[in-house]
Design a protein around this ligand. Structure first.
Ligand code: FPP
Length: 254
């Protein structure tokens, strides 16, 4: 899809604080053009750049992107190697733009599986952008929602074993605090491109009350207009968090 001019900014107050995206469809985008799948990932990086800058422009404060799932290791070896190489290059090449836009980068997931040099580059990129205060860009790499829940359970079990935590003191708040990026609010809007309608083990706990938005648009084609449509759909949703519509209306009026 061609971006026809600048997308309108959504009305103030209706902008989600935290947007999470499963960027699906890179491979199909490439195959439809007779290109090798890696060309789709390259084009996907351009879409990431655009959506990061749109997020800054419209006032989204946290953007969490699913770049590589715990299950993506099962892809053909050369595709995994190419993705690793792409991350390595992007994590340096994009730094000036991220800094110029006030973006702070954070990698989430189990980093231990990545090469030492990629882990170092991740840490360097986080340090270089630490001053960004307009948008927190969280890139989930070797991340899985179940992994996150398991690592939280393990850390709480360790605290109990060490005698520092009473099992009865573990409630939802305590558990959530042990998950990755517990210092930012849960996603308000969860977008998946590429036509599939599933969560694919992304942010399982954190998305309990997220508004879900699925689009057929393939990730490399997800432009400012497509993003504005998702934001507009979000602005039209009535979030109730388990309450009745009347209660929410009363709260909103109070
Ligand atoms: C899913 O499309 C996409 C990925 C597994 C990789 C996502 C990576 C990028 C967009 C590039 C790098 C991003 C950052 C943040 C540095 P797919 O290959 O599953 O597509 P398909 O369903 O059409 O096969």
């Amino acid at each position: 899809m061609v971006n026809q001019g600048e997308a309108p900014a959504p009305a103030a107050g209706s902008v989600p604080h935290h947007v999470a995206i499963i960027m699906d469809g890179n491979g199909r985008w490439a195959q439809r053009r007779g290109l090798p799948r890696p060309a789709g990932h390259q084009a996907g990086v351009a879409a990431v750049r655009l959506i990061v800058e749109e997020s800054v422009r419209v006032g989204v404060r946290v953007l969490t992107l699913f770049a590589f799932s715990s299950e993506n290791w099962r892809r053909p070896r050369h595709e995994v190697a190419l993705l690793m190489d792409l991350f390595f290059r992007v994590l340096r090449r994009e730094l000036p733009r991220l800094k110029a836009n006030g973006v702070r980068l954070r990698l989430v997931g189990d980093r231990a599986a990545f090469s030492d040099r990629l882990q170092r580059r991740m840490a360097d990129a986080e340090a270089a952008t630490a001053g960004g205060d307009r948008l927190l860009l969280q890139v989930a790499a070797n991340y899985g929602g179940r992994w996150d829940i398991v690592q939280a359970a393990r850390s709480l079990a360790r605290a109990v074993q060490a005698g520092g935590l009473d099992p009865d003191a573990i409630d939802e708040g305590r558990f959530a605090a042990a998950l990755s990026f517990s210092d930012v609010g849960d996603p308000d809007l969860f977008i998946r491109t590429g036509g599939e309608q599933r969560l694919s083990n992304f942010l399982l706990w954190q998305s309990a009350y997220a508004e879900l938005y699925f689009t057929e648009t393939l990730w490399p084609d997800f432009d400012a207009v497509a993003y504005a449509q998702a934001l507009q759909a979000f602005a039209g949703r009535h979030r109730r968090f388990g309450q009745t519509a009347e209660q929410v209306g009363a709260t909103a009026r109070a």
